[in-house]
Ligand binder design. Sequence first.
Ligand SMILES: NC(=O)c1ccc[n+]([C@@H]2O[C@H](COP(=O)([O-])OP(=O)(O)OC[C@H]3O[C@@H](n4cnc5c(N)ncnc54)[C@H](O)[C@@H]3O)[C@@H](O)[C@H]2O)c1
Length: 371
Amino acid sequence: MRVGVPKEIKRHEYRVGLTPGAVREYVGARHTVVVETNAGEGIGVHNDAYRMAGATILETAAEVFSSADMIVKVKEPQPVEWMQLRKGQILFTYLHLAADAQQTKGLMESNCTAVAYETVTDNHGGLPLLAPMSEVAGRLSIEAAGTALKRFNGGRGLLIGGVPGVQPARIVIIGGGVVGRHAARMAVGLGAEVTIIDRSLPCLREIDDLFAGRVRTRFSTMEAIEQEIAAADVVIGAVLIPGASAPKLVTRGMLKSMRKGSVIVDVAIDQGGCFETSHATTHDEPTFEIDGVVHYCVANMPGSVPLTSSVALNNATLPFGLALANKGVAALVEDPNLRAGLNIHAGRVTNRAVADSLGLPFFRVDEALAP
Ligand SMILES: NC(=O)c1ccc[n+]([C@@H]2O[C@H](COP(=O)([O-])OP(=O)(O)OC[C@H]3O[C@@H](n4cnc5c(N)ncnc54)[C@H](O)[C@@H]3O)[C@@H](O)[C@H]2O)c1
């Protein structure tokens, strides 16, 4: 198959669909890879590295779109991109269609086969192509908190780890999933006092084992959240209810109990956020202050570390992308986890959540794939 990698064009998107390491794997499996010139510029990878890996560099996105059988990207296609997709062509990227009627229509009209990273599943009910970005965001959340805690950024002027004889920061993490555990790992590593709150007892048991008592755990109730945030220097919002907006677990009233200069990092902001006072911010202006509490609410945290994020994403997408390249749509028929990623095929919506949220007819994958 001919696999194409256009340069990302969404503002502030520096990641790339295939790294040179991934290109080598495709080429090793006897596929042809075409890469738009400077596609890897945002992660400091130049055309020569792609050539060395066996790719051909093309001068324009138009050449990539028109010549490839499968397009591998990171961000959802922009209008100028989806207009270049065609019948039978596979698109493999993040799509997030449920809230994007315009893009869904565009992809339906293109008649392409659109496989969304975010709905590919694994055998344990997880979302393996979302997990790497949660790992990155979780780890970054503590770096963001450390920056916001500095006096000149509006924070309390506290060093996360303290020093001998001085109390370290108290960090409370609401949600002990992928983001929460990776935040805890960083916070523990820096020497903070860490508490994780979750509503799942099995999750709290796992965390207790994992951190061997180095992290306190609490079951999620309003009372526990109220008590913990009142004593916290940093609160990380890391909850997720799959398919739903984040629950508002910290109200404006509760915020008043927090100390001036303490910090909230609402990682769940991409699902609406779990603090009533949150609103999405960007890397240009990541924080704002309410009631003396610094809020960091960047909806695309992994975008600030595109090199780490691109490699982490490629590690996760590679086996699925290779299966698509090797077998085409037959890969979707064979693998139920990859099939869960199929959102649109030949003008039909094959993901129930997308169809329901946009009021469009839903087609089962076998119906949609039937000739
Ligand atoms: N801002 C960003 O750049 C960015 C990047 C990656 C992920 N995220 C977001 O971070 C959030 C967490 O993602 P994840 O991968 O860790 O999800 P996850 O499913 O692995 O973990 C979510 C956890 O929240 C817990 N939870 C649900 N309701 C709760 C409640 N009422 N009280 C306490 N805990 C509760 C669940 O039990 C689960 O352990 C998601 O909203 C995700 O979209 C944001």
